[in-house]
Design a protein around this ligand. Structure first.
Ligand SMILES: N[C@@H](CCC(=O)N[C@@H](CS)C(=O)NCC(=O)O)C(=O)O
Length: 199
């Protein structure tokens, strides 16, 4: 088995998909969590200057979704057909588009909170209703078993819930996907033992 070393911050954020996948596969890895104060000194040594990175037998891989797709293929969670892979990618990229434009930080904290609330009020309903439409009456987003899309939805919606409690409360089918992901024994065990962080 390859030697895996994940480097990220001590948050769930963009590292959590990778951690979920390792938990799901019951695969050993080093979960290195660097502090924000140490980051400026480390940044220039990291290709592309962003985290997470995953070292696989010493080779550095970057971009959380590229790493997530690779691990999902190893785990059998990447879709059973080429078309299913495209369906999964559509969901990942739609959620990612939403997160990329989210106003995470603003020098002025009051303004930051206001911009986040406005963004969620204006744009979350469209994302959520599109996701619910895509789910339809199925139990999982794609096919008839859990895939990378369900894991990513669960993780990202947990984060958005921190910024807007009840973020997806009007979308019971989407919430039921989260319940099912969190009931997978390996994921439930990981959630129980992982470091508790705000996001
Ligand atoms: N698309 C990239 C985004 C990576 C990214 O922006 N990482 C942030 C943390 S979530 C980071 O490294 N920030 C520190 C910096 O840019 O200096 C991915 O998904 O891996």
């Amino acid at each position: 088995m390859p030697n895996y070393k994940l480097t990220y911050f001590n948050i769930r954020g963009r590292g959590e998909l990778i951690r979920y996948l390792f938990a799901y596969m019951d695969t050993a890895y080093e979960d290195i969590r660097i502090t924000f104060s140490d980051w400026p000194a480390i940044k220039s040594s990291i290709p592309y200057g962003k985290l997470p990175i995953l070292e696989i037998d010493g080779e550095v891989f970057h971009q959380s979704l590229a790493i997530g797709r690779y691990l999902a293929r190893e785990a059998g969670l990447a879709g059973k057909s080429n078309l299913d892979q495209a369906r999964i990618d559509g969901i990942l990229d739609s959620i990612d588009d939403f997160l990329l434009v989210f106003p995470w930080r603003d020098a002025d904290e009051t303004k930051q909170k206001q911009r986040q609330e406005e963004y969620l009020a204006n744009f979350a309903p469209e994302l959520l209703s599109n996701l619910e439409k895509c789910l339809g009456d199925k139990l999982w987003f794609v096919g008839n078993s859990v895939t990378l899309a369900d894991l990513f939805w669960d993780i990202c919606s947990d984060t958005l819930e921190v910024y807007k409690p009840g973020f997806a409360q009007n979308y019971p089918k989407l919430l039921s996907v989260k319940d099912k992901v969190k009931s997978i024994p390996a994921i439930a065990a990981w959630i129980k033992k992982r470091p508790q962080t705000r996001e």
